[in-house]
Ligand binder design. Structure first.
Ligand code: FAD
Length: 376
């Protein structure tokens, strides 16, 4: 099967899905391909900050998500030895919003589905990039779940295919990885009755642990472990690990005992951030995690992908109408976003390095790092 389009976007995560909608809405023919046969895999970043919120509101997507379900965090709390010792409340009225991926992606793709210039191909995995004789990218080859090969000719290819981006590899874009000394174990448990929608931090075993309240009555546990230690950890009994979790948050005893009993109940996230030497080539750009993977600290990753999509959707219509899709022209996008993203990545390192200080010398939280938050 052969397709022809203006823009072919690979990856229907938050960045790719939003960009596809924003382009199709401007009558730019857009094909979005996604290797999974359903949208919104679990355990992707789900906390929206004020930047992501603003963009989703600007494009009238937020209210659709709200009708499917989201949850505003009332505050951030710091806990020690099973007791709360500091809370931070936001002057925005919330300290982040939990948005289930399913709700986010469904809302965006529902809206996009009303645009006549939009096509979504699920169960479709990119396998090859096509170049013309001048080395300009002019399309992709992909394989579908039923084994059929397809070709999509396009004026522009967008790699929005996440941290392990195939587009980035196929376009030979150099990607430098930085390890941050820790990996993360994730688990999801039911929230006890009357559990407030909060983000809670504590220290267990000299490592950060965070609890994120989720829509629908759940808590997502994020537990930092030493980088690369999971293989040996897994060989030990999980019980002492669970006992420490209960000690840190005694209110969760019943929920933990009912839900967690083996390492299989946790999901490992290998934590790193990345930096590409370029985000653009002739006829191609990469966005979101494909261009700049971030660590989970501060929950910036999904929000950064959403911002990339918003910025690029404003730049592309003019470039497409002028037929100017060389790297030099697409660079305007990279110039608009790279410094902002790299500053956030630097901020993540500062936050990670200073986390333990909050639990010693009577909580040193710098107010200027949290301009919209009131510390109590
Ligand atoms: C456990 C965890 C918690 C996080 N918490 C937060 C948070 O609270 N807030 C926040 O802002 N960020 C968070 N992040 C980061 C956030 O999830 C990512 O930054 C965000 O999902 C990146 O969006 P994206 O659209 O760039 O890529 P992704 O969400 O990774 O989407 C890429 C898409 O491309 C598809 N794809 C991949 N390869 C191919 C291929 N070859 N062909 C076709 N399709 C392909 C994938 O299936 C996927 O759907 C977290 C990340 C993790 C792993």
């Amino acid at each position: 099967m052969n397709y022809q389009t203006d823009v072919c976007i690979i990856g229907a995560g938050p960045g790719g899905a939003l960009l596809a909608y924003l382009l199709a809405k401007q009558n730019i023919s857009t094909i979005l391909i996604e290797r999974s046969d359903k949208l919104g895999k679990e355990f992707r970043g789900e906390h929206l900050n004020e930047d992501g919120e603003k963009i989703l509101k600007k494009h009238h997507i937020f209210e659709e998500i709200e009708s499917l379900g989201l949850l505003r965090m009332s505050r951030v709390e710091y806990w020690k030895d099973g007791h709360i010792f500091k809370t931070i409340e936001s002057e925005l009225g919330h300290a982040g919003i939990h948005v289930p991926q399913q709700h986010l992606l469904q809302s965006i793709t529902n809206k996009a589905g009303h645009c006549s210039h939009y096509k979504l191909l699920l169960g479709t995995k990119v396998t090859e990039l096509i170049k013309n004789a001048h080395g300009h990218y002019i399309g992709i080859k992909a394989i579908q779940k039923d084994g059929k090969d397809i070709t999509i000719q396009s004026k522009l290819i967008i790699g929005a295919d996440g941290r392990h981006s195939a587009v980035r590899k196929l376009a030979h874009i150099k990607n430098e990885i930085r390890h941050h000394g820790y990996d993360l174990l994730w688990a999801k448990i039911p929230a006890p009755e009357k559990w407030k929608p909060t983000i809670r931090f504590t220290v267990v075993n000299n490592q950060q642990m965070a609890l994120f309240t989720q829509t629908g009555g759940f808590i997502q546990i994020g537990w930092n472990i030493k980088k690369g230690s999971y293989t040996s950890l897994k060989k030990q009994s999980v019980q002492p690990f669970l006992d420490q979790l209960i000690l840190a948050f005694p209110q969760l005893k019943e929920s933990i005992e009912q839900t967690l009993s083996s390492w299989k109940d946790f999901i490992l996230l290998s934590v790193y951030s990345s930096h590409c030497d370029t985000w653009v080539k002739n006829g191609l750009a990469i966005i979101g995690d494909a261009a700049h993977t971030m660590t989970p600290t501060g929950a910036y990753g999904m929000n950064a992908s959403i911002m990339d999509a918003d910025v690029l959707s404003q730049i592309l219509p003019k470039l497409l109408s002028q037929g100017s899709l060389e790297a030099g022209k697409l660079k305007v996008f990279e110039d608009a976003r790279r410094k902002i993203v790299e500053d956030l990545q630097a901020q993540q390192v500062v936050t990670e390095d200073s986390f333990m200080e909050k639990f010693t010398n009577s909580l040193k939280i710098e107010k200027e790092n949290l301009p919209l938050f009131r510390i109590q």
